[in-house]
Design a protein around this ligand. Structure first.
Ligand SMILES: C[S@@+](CC[C@H](N)C(=O)[O-])C[C@H]1O[C@@H](n2cnc3c(N)ncnc32)[C@H](O)[C@@H]1O
Length: 330
């Protein structure tokens, strides 16, 4: 990831928005990498128009469970949402978040048809930036129409309204979600907002909730040439996470049990000798706080001599450990 000092001079958000507005209208084959989905029967009810405008790079959908409330960050045409909708069933719910009206319109245009086919209507598509999941952009837009900003002084009113909306009608409320998924979107967020992005994922998850994210990672820091190419940024390359950094961002936001679920052996692209590939990882929320004595013992069976957990406990092979553990969802 870029640090602040190397942030490109072009407007990253504008480059991303423009590219995916076009990608919602016409299929763009070069955007993001081909993916195999596990539960392919869920694709049967999804119209071709959505299937062809799939710009994902992994399959986070397979980790949804019946009854889950799921948020899909950067939901695009809605393919992942419509797959998960079937998986979570009538008792669950899926909220797709995107900042792109053209994609939102496309996804929404099939809600009725797909709901009719599966027998329930449990999808919702909302306009927001994934790094600011409190701010409902439709409501803010309506306010701006009523209160046009024509002077610097009025920016203060705009900022006050945005803060009011964040606190009084958040787009996604605190601790309201069982599972956050995302497919090839986190890399697109500008460097200055990436830390807040992970904090937002953490905020919206319930205690015990989990994030399953498919995204593009790289094995070396991208060169300046790559960084300064808006096509490569919007094409999911320049903003790719260094592999170790991707996991660290989750840990820094408070997640635990961070696990690589899949990592493509073959790179999707190699540019300037740097390999860019798809990775899917899972991370949990909800283990913070003091350790509690629960009268439980653990025996680590191997094959390694010893392993260490996220709390710093070291388990030696075949030696029973009795200790105070933190509440865990494992
Ligand atoms: C690579 S596409 C992936 C779409 C979808 N997840 C899929 O698998 O087909 C990226 C999507 O994320 C949206 N997006 C990019 N940056 C965003 C941001 N900061 N906030 C909200 N949506 C964003 C784009 O408009 C686009 O629909």
């Amino acid at each position: 990831m870029l640090d602040q000092s190397t942030t490109p001079t072009y407007d990253i958000e504008d480059a991303v928005l423009t590219r995916y507005q076009a990608g919602a209208k016409e299929h763009e084959p070069s955007l993001c990498c081909p993916t195999e989905y596990q539960d392919v029967h869920y694709l049967d009810v999804i119209p071709d128009e959505i299937l062809t405008k799939d710009y994902g790079c992994g399959d986070p959908t397979r980790y949804a469970k019946e009854g889950d409330v799921v948020v899909d960050l950067g939901s695009g045409a809605g393919k992942n949402c419509y797959m998960v909708a079937q998986k979570v069933g009538a008792t669950g719910k899926v909220i797709g978040v995107d900042f792109n009206d053209v994609m939102l319109d496309l996804a929404r245009s099939y809600q009725q048809e797909i709901g009719d086919k599966i027998g329930f209507y449990n999808t919702e598509y909302v306009k927001g930036k994934i790094q600011d999941l409190k701010l409902p952009l439709d409501k803010l837009q309506a306010w701006i129409q009523e209160n046009p900003i024509t002077s610097v002084e009025q920016i203060t009113n705009y900022e006050a309204e945005a803060d009011r909306l964040r606190s009084e009608s958040p787009l996604i409320a605190d601790e309201s979600v069982d599972l956050v998924i995302s497919n090839c979107v986190l890399n697109l967020v500008k460097p200055a907002d990436k830390k807040q992005l992970f904090q937002e994922i953490y905020r919206v998850l319930k205690k015990g909730g989990r994030a399953v994210i498919s995204d593009i990672v790289c094995d070396e820091v991208p060169t300046d040439k790559i960084m300064n190419d808006p096509e490569l940024w919007s094409g999911c390359i320049s903003g790719a996470f260094l592999e170790v950094e991707f996991l660290q961002m989750f840990e820094d936001a408070g997640f635990y049990g961070v696990e690589i679920l899949s990592r493509e052996t073959e790179p999707w692209q190699t540019i300037d000798g740097i390999e860019f590939r798809s990775m899917t990882l899972r991370a949990y929320k909800g283990k913070e706080g003091i350790c509690l004595e629960r009268n439980q013992a653990v025996v680590y069976k191997g094959p390694w001599k010893q392993v260490q957990d996220d709390d710093g406990h070291t388990y030696f092979r075949a030696i029973a450990w009795q200790f105070a553990i933190k509440l865990s969802t494992f």
